[in-house]
Design a binder for this molecule. Sequence first.
Ligand SMILES: [Zn+2]
Length: 381
Amino acid sequence: MADHKVLAGARVVLPTGTVDNGRVIVADGRISGHAPADAPAVDLSGHWIVPGFVDMHNHGGGGASFTSGTVEEVLKGVHTHRLHGTTTTVASTVTGDMDFLAHRAGELSELAEQGDIAGIHFEGPFISPCRKGAHSEALLRDPDPAEVRKLVDAARGHARMVTLATELPGGIDSVRLLAEHGVIAAIGHTDATYEQTAEAIEAGATVATHLYNAMPALGHRAPGPIAALLEDERVTVELINDGTHLHPAALELAFRHAGPDRVAFITDAMDAAGFGDGVYHLGPLEVEVREGVARLAEGGSIAGSTLTLDTAFKRAATIDRLPVESIVRAVSANPAKLLGVYDEVGSLEPGKYADLVVLDAEFTLVGVMRRGEWVIEPQLG
Ligand SMILES: [Zn+2]
């Protein structure tokens, strides 16, 4: 006999819209279409139930780095983000030595096999020295398809995305190779022109790595990558909605232009997310976190974020005033579709995993369920 839980009375955000006084039925870790009449109900009136968040670009949290932490540390980082509503996490690496990254891919692929992470995103080393951000310049290299292939193979089927500066030698061939292997080619940390970006999209690139950040600004004579990425229907744009990486007007421009189906909210979080201010390391580089803003100790470049997706959600709802249904797509459905896991997560539909977030009327997170178990159980009245 399945052990049913009924979450009742909330505003439930479904792919078809929001249902007032809706209910979500959970049985055997999944969302169920019906419940026995005597199933215990939790009254969540006055709250929202939204799908668990899917973060496709995240370098760590809880004091732990996905690039260099031990297995226990990686799990701690994943758990930290779960406490903030992210029930599906892709582990992003930063630029490192090729052998190190290949070895790391093997370690992370084991965590993907166990279902702890949803795969690996390689950010660097195939990025532009002109837009290196918090990546160590000495280790950057051109995207040679053979080397890109080496990382993909090392991930044993769990490479989900590679961020590339596609204008570099080998860039377009690497995009083609990734597309052939079913790995997302993401354009980022790039100095490409508008035309070069369009060429990469034509070759199969489908994601903009943190649109606006680490790429040339939008110019009226040189529109650059931002215009090319925003206008092409095949591209989903990542946005870091922490109030530091983007001005609210830039976020709104992207959201309006791309529309709610082509935006993915990401954290791009580093170790300090959910942990606190202090000195950290991003690969070999030292990062200082002050008042939640992470900057390189040398040069002061923004070095990832300390964002969690519950904060991005709340900001989007209360400051950017985006419709809740659009935010849910950006934070759950769209990344889940891109990652190829939308049949299991990313929306509240019968048969999918019972991964969900409970928010109060002010959009503050009060509950998280993953695979039918409370990670945080709402404390009501
Ligand atoms: Zn990143």
